[in-house]
Design a binder for this molecule. Structure first.
Ligand code: DAH
Length: 344
């Protein structure tokens, strides 16, 4: 009996001071299992008389019950502790500032391109593309600039070989589109894209730049259609109050040709450095498609007329956003690019 009580005291102390579930389980196996000290003590029952045996059996059952209860109680405490620890370690601080995902912005030239596309698609135009590596034939000949034509000098060219070159303008896309149409109108396209010239780079020149060509071929097309179209473009790009004016000019692929000015959006025409105090800003070249070009590209100039225009995207972006150096477009400087966020 003493032995039993000793075992109990010892077990209760160990259970009480036990720190983790694994040790507790080992204690349960040890004290309540078949090979434990309790079981060993019970072996002495065979030497007892009936009354002693009954008493011993009662006490040993009580001890077992007590130990079981103590172990269960401790188990609950330890389990709760484990849970609390896990909760503490896995706690999420919802007040911490989140990690923001860096967001890119649309390149200003792409924005202008997208704006132009939207505007002209809204007027029923479609978008055409042509190769950047172009033949001399398309870039010059079909644009009414035959070999030796003095106007070829205006466009210093990157030649790949005698017949291949980097297109100096988007105008050759006109020829591609017209030839594809096989003499049948109407044609209404814009062709935005990259262009290349052997210019020395400076604040307003870049050896690679972007243009957007426009071409309409149909019956009864006049200069008035061109003017109305470009007026819409000017208002959409630079504000409702813009006006445009035509000045006579020369391009081999148009006749007549015009240089188009818009009233200055910076000073509303009063005069400022942007418009060189004239109130007008030169913005693009345009004209009626030269009958010879129509003919070379498979259209009967007696039946069809057309107008065309060529817009420099860098120039439009520089004027619209007040950018003073064309190199910004091609320098990948994030301080510049980040100013054109998606939010705006
Ligand atoms: N291709 C000309 C250039 O690069 C721009 C141009 C002027 C295009 C008049 C046109 C046009 O379609 O009609 O300088």
């Amino acid at each position: 009996m003493d032995e039993l009580l000793k075992i109990k005291e010892e077990a209760l102390l160990k259970i009480d001071t036990c720190q983790d579930l694994k040790t507790l389980n080992d204690l349960r196996v040890f004290y309540l299992g078949k090979k434990g000290p309790m079981q060993a003590a019970m072996k002495s029952m065979k030497d007892m008389d009936q009354a002693q045996r009954v008493e011993f059996g009662k006490v040993s059952n009580q001890v077992k019950q007590e130990l079981t209860m103590a172990i269960d109680e401790k188990k609950n405490i330890l389990e709760e502790e484990v849970l609390n620890q896990r909760l503490r370690s896995e706690k999420i601080d919802i007040t911490l500032p989140g990690t923001t995902i860096p967001e890119g912005s649309i390149h200003p030239l792409n924005r202008i391109k997208e704006e132009l596309e939207e505007l002209f698609i809204g007027m029923g135009y479609s978008i055409a593309e042509g190769p950047e590596v172009e033949t001399d034939h398309f870039n010059f000949e079909l644009m009414n600039l035959p070999q030796g034509h003095p106007a070829r000098d205006m466009q210093d060219t990157f030649y790949i070989n005698e017949n291949l070159l980097m297109r100096t303008h988007t105008s050759p896309v006109q020829a591609h589109v017209m030839l594809e149409a096989q003499g049948k109108g109407p044609i209404k396209v814009i062709c935005p894209g990259k262009t290349y010239r052997r210019d020395d780079d400076d604040t307003t020149h870049s050896h690679q730049f972007m243009q957007c060509e426009g071409l309409v071929v149909d019956k009864n097309i006049t200069l008035a259609d061109l003017k109305g179209t470009l007026e819409l473009f000017a208002k959409k790009m630079f504000g409702e109050k813009r006006e445009i004016r035509f000045r006579p000019s020369y391009f081999p692929f148009t006749e007549p040709s015009v240089e188009v000015d818009i009233s200055c959006h910076n000073c509303e025409g009063k005069g400022c450095p942007m418009c060189k105090y004239t109130g007008w800003i030169e913005i693009l070249g345009a004209g009626m498609v030269n009958p010879h070009v129509l003919e070379m590209c498979g259209f009967d100039p007696e039946v069809y007329q057309g107008f065309a225009f060529g817009i420099g995207l860098e120039r439009v972006a520089m004027l619209k956003y007040g950018i003073d150096n064309i190199r910004h477009f091609y320098s990948d400087d994030l301080r510049f690019l980040n100013q054109f966020t998606r939010k705006e």
